[in-house]
Design a protein around this ligand. Structure first.
Ligand SMILES: *[C@@H]1O[C@H](CO)[C@@H](O)[C@H](O)[C@H]1NC(C)=O
Ligand SMILES: *[C@@H]1O[C@H](CO)[C@@H](O)[C@H](O)[C@H]1NC(C)=O
Ligand SMILES: *[C@@H]1O[C@H](CO)[C@@H](O)[C@H](O)[C@H]1NC(C)=O
Ligand SMILES: *[C@@H]1O[C@H](CO)[C@@H](O)[C@H](O)[C@H]1NC(C)=O
Length: 889
């Protein structure tokens, strides 16, 4: 036999021996586990599980129940005070870090059950810390131990997992020595779903100092020996019929074998238990009786009544060696928290009253609802996926106790159970994909995953989160394209989305198309056919449109150039060598011009801002040319000659709205005209938002961009320019904020993100200008520059509409419509973007406003559309009322 063979045999042998040892240990454990099913016994701070010979309980180390804290050895030897504790107080676990440290117990019986839970504290040093103990999400007590302490509760669990949390309140490091859970299979301890904090459990009349617990008590309740002063204790060694159905709480025989009675000749007694300084507390008491004196049968030998804090019960008759347990309805404590008991024999009773055991519980306040289970499951899954353990405090319930939520998480407490509404995992070293568990946080409003190393694509499900308004994925390694649904939400102003710093992320439509083509080779033949069909239909449609356009322009007597491109020399001639400047906007000067057919036009000569390539410019210009609406200034043509770019618009005789509202304006727009202008502008904007695919965000809506034609019909100008020409590739333009001060949505200004709702804000300002005749920014009495809405709001709150409507109207306006218009305007400028209405609502409401001016007889106007807008206006008015405490009326 060579060395290698010997080694092999040795290895095999020791493996077999090891297996045998293991099997024996397992068998032993199984036996013990079977003995104590429904028990979870944890000795905190020990390294290994062990069987305690003295208590005959199998204790586990706390490793599997908590991940934080430090083990500490406290003392050797058994507990001096109470040997029946066994070894559990020799070690403890301390929690120097984190505000909240929680043990998680998962009893197999699950939720909606009663459990006896017991905690032990034995402190090794002299000074004693003070900290709070929570069971589940309910405050249990403040722990302040002198030498050692144990506390018991009969806990009704609403959840499968039970957390026991030690909360550092700033008075020393929390610690715990042992933790035990016992399943209680009896409903008699149950008062609805209230938990019962054990304030006293007495084995009355036991003169041995030997407290009773497991195995005498199958539920391992702790029964403390107790003989009240001036009582006589009795005991028996006879067997009491503990299997009797009257022994509802399985009171142990050892406990029932001892009792007290008053000394002869007394036939009554009373005793008070002082417990608490809060006389409003509710208590629950259970009495355990058994006759242990053998007497001659016949007459009732022991019959008595019970009085508990003034309430009378009974009479009770006892039979020899037959147990009887009675739990009385909850009582309020008397005076300074006293429980007052008295018992009195009936006239025919031979013997005085007796009692063998007593339990007194403090009825805990109704349980606090834990965080919504779906949110808990989701956040737990997130925690597990990314292995998060923020400062050790992602423990216990995410939202509770209030004020001690998990780091990076915030909750709403409006509904019955708290909901997770924001999650900030910024810079948390997250790796891997964006977990689908996030999609289960249904109430989430803000999700910040910025500054991590997340990879993969942005999942579609983020768009399905109904309340999500902030999504920050900045600074990750995300790839692929952005789901259209998210883009849509962002464009609709429902979502503030930050995606910068993901170099591989495709932020434009074009790569998405590429990707789709790439994805579809399998169905290529089908696709080809469909594409061909599609192209041919487009061709037919294009030809029809062309014919229609031509005939229409002929009919209108002017040549609207079809997708017309002009040369620079043509521009020079159209503007008569840039003779008349009629305006100057953010993108360049505007000149008056005339086409060859004498059609008057406005030519906007774009300054050198735009360095886009010819094709991009042309594509954008052509896109703008197909946007047609009666309330949008039409783009007739464009010029792109080397460095010279120009846009040719229809000419609006009456200039812009700013001029008409300014102090220096010769004429004054009347109320009716103002409301019509507002409605026109609203319809134009509504078309940009909801009629165009993709939606066009104006970004720079203001009175000088609202132009008026000869009939004072309003049209919006300069739309689409920011999008088309403030391209990201032109870096120096992006530093110039879009929008104009005074009109700017504060949210958009802060984030640099423009969406429909930022346009709605600007529209609200315009509407206020129309109503008041004041500029968007004005000086207040202290000469400070303030926004028009800040000026209007306090006056409106005082119900003073007359003081805000343009004085130049000299009172010639309809008050109801003015109120309505102000309400619409203020709803548009609400600080919270998502609460602002959509432009379609605004259009509907402004039409209602006009309807007040020119009432239409009969019900014809009450079509479904206007009904809807009336309803939506009503809800919004309500919102305004709640926003501004004093009602405007
Ligand atoms: C609970 O008690 C009922 C009746 O008292 C009994 O049938 C049942 O087996 C008990 N369950 C456990 C788990 O002890
Ligand atoms: C029972 O009574 C005897 C005599 O009074 C006493 O010695 C003994 O300790 C008692 N047993 C208990 C359990 O109280
Ligand atoms: C998330 O936390 C980081 C740092 O703690 C902070 O800068 C950022 O503003 C937070 N995000 C949100 C959405 O509150
Ligand atoms: C997104 O996160 C980045 C990095 O944490 C931060 O700079 C940026 O301001 C955040 N954006 C928003 C809109 O909160």
């Amino acid at each position: 036999m060579d060395g290698r063979a010997q080694l092999l045999i040795f290895v095999l042998l020791s493996a077999t021996l090891g297996n045998l040892k293991l099997a024996a240990a397992l068998a032993e454990r199984r036996k013990l586990a079977a003995n104590t099913s429904g028990f979870i016994s944890i000795d905190c701070g020990v390294d290994e599980d062990y069987f305690d010979e003295q208590t005959e309980i199998f204790y586990k180390s706390d490793k599997d129940f908590i991940s934080t804290g430090e083990n500490k050895y406290v003392s050797s030897g058994n507990n001096d005070e109470d040997p029946y504790f066994g070894r559990i107080c020799q070690s403890a676990r301390y929690f120097p870090k984190g505000r909240k440290n929680c043990y998680t117990l998962r009893p197999e019986q699950g939720k909606n059950q009663n459990y006896l839970i017991r905690v032990f504290f034995k402190y090794g040093k002299n000074q004693t810390p003070r900290f709070d103990l929570y069971i589940g999400v309910d405050f249990w007590m403040t722990v302040q131990t002198s030498k050692y302490a144990l506390y018991e509760i009969i806990y009704f669990s609403l959840t499968d997992a039970i957390n026991l949390c030690l909360v550092n309140t700033g008075y020393g490091t929390p610690f715990i020595s042992a933790l035990e859970l016992r399943f209680m299979n009896h409903s008699i301890y149950r008062i609805e779903s209230r938990s019962l904090y054990v304030v006293g459990r007495y084995d009355v009349g036991n003169s041995t100092n030997r407290n009773v617990r497991y195995k005498d008590d199958v539920y391992d309740r702790f029964w403390t020996t107790f003989i009240p002063d001036n009582f006589i204790s009795l005991n028996t060694t006879s067997n009491i019929d503990v299997q009797s159905s009257n022994n509802t709480l399985k009171t142990p025989m050892e406990v029932l074998r001892t009792a007290v009675q008053p000394p002869s000749p007394l036939r009554s007694f009373n005793h008070s238990f002082p417990y608490t300084d809060n006389s409003n507390n509710e208590y629950y008491a259970c009495f355990h009786f058994a006759e242990i004196l053998q007497t001659s049968p016949g007459k009732p030998t022991r019959e008595f009544t019970v009085n508990l804090n003034g309430a009378n019960y009974g009479p009770i008759t006892l039979q020899y060696l037959k147990p009887l347990t009675i739990c009385y309805p909850p009582i309020k404590s008397r005076n300074v928290g006293d429980i007052f008991i008295s018992m009195e024999s009936t006239v025919r009773s031979v013997l005085p009253p007796i009692f063998n055991a007593l339990e007194i519980f403090y009825v805990m306040p109704p349980p606090v609802s834990p965080t919504h289970p779906a949110d808990v499951d989701a956040i737990m899954a997130v925690r597990q996926t990314y292995n998060i353990n923020k400062d050790d405090d992602w423990q216990g319930d995410p939202c509770l106790p209030r004020g001690i939520t998990w780091t990076g998480l915030s909750c709403s407490y409006d509904s019955n159970s708290p909901r997770v509404i924001s999650l900030n995992l910024s810079a948390s070293k997250l790796t891997g994909k964006i977990s689908s568990s996030f999609s289960e946080l249904k109430a989430i409003e803000s999700l910040d995953l910025s500054g991590n190393q997340l990879t993969g694509t942005i999942p579609e499900f983020l768009a399905q989160l109904p309340n999500l308004t902030v999504l920050n994925l900045t600074g990750n390694r995300l790839t692929g394209s952005i789901p259209q649904s998210l883009v849509q939400k962002s464009n609709d102003g429902l979502l503030q989305m930050s995606l910068n710093g993901n170099p591989q992320l495709c932020q434009t439509d074009s790569c998405e198309k590429k990707k789709q083509n790439f994805l579809l080779p399998v169905v290529a033949s089908v696709t080809t056919i469909m594409v061909l069909l599609f192209l041919s239909s487009i061709f037919v449609f294009w030809r029809m449109k062309r014919q229609k356009a031509t005939s229409q322009s002929e009919k209108e007597g002017r040549v609207i150039s079809k997708n017309r491109s002009f040369s620079y020399s043509e521009i020079v001639s159209i503007t008569d060598n840039f003779k008349t400047i009629i305006g100057e906007g953010g993108f360049g000067k505007v000149y008056f011009g005339a086409l060859k057919d004498n059609t008057q036009v406005a030519v906007k000569l774009l300054s050198q801002y735009s360095r886009q390539g010819y094709e991009e410019f042309q594509a954008e210009a052509q896109l703008l040319m197909i946007v047609h609406h009666r309330n949008l200034v039409s783009l007739i043509g464009y010029c792109d000659d080397h460095h010279n770019k120009a846009l040719i618009y229809e000419y609006m005789v009456n200039g812009n709205l700013r001029e008409h509202l300014s102090e220096s304006s010769g004429s004054t727009l009347n109320w009716d005209e103002r409301l019509h202008i507002a409605a026109d502008a609203a319809q134009g904007l509504e078309y940009l938002h909801n009629g165009c695919k993709p939606p066009i965000i104006h970004r720079d809506l203001k009175t000088s961009n609202i132009l008026l034609n000869e009939k004072l019909q309003a049209k919006i100008a300069d739309f689409g320019l920011s999008r088309a020409f403030a391209n990201e590739s032109v870096s120096h333009i992006t530093t110039r904020p879009a929008g104009t001060f005074g009109y700017l949505d504060p949210e958009a200004y802060a984030s640099g993100i423009f969406n429909k709702k930022s346009d709605v804000h600007s529209f609200g300002i315009i509407l206020l200008e129309l109503i008041t005749g004041q500029p968007a920014l004005k000086r207040d009495v202290d000469e400070e520059i303030i926004g028009i809405q800040q000026w209007v709001t306090p006056i409106i709150e005082n119900g003073d509409i007359g003081s805000i409507v343009d004085p130049r109207l000299q009172g010639n306006f309809d008050t109801n419509s003015a109120w309505k218009a102000v309400e619409i305007a203020l709803s548009c400028v609400l600080d919270t973007a998502i609460r602002r209405p959509d432009m379609s609502d605004v259009v509907g409401e402004l039409k209602e406003c006009l309807a007040i001016l020119t009432p239409v007889v009969g019900s014809q106007r009450m079509d479904r559309g206007s009904m809807r807008s009336i309803n939506s206006l009503e809800t919004r008015s309500l919102e305004i009322d709640t926003e501004m405490a004093p009602s405007p009326r």
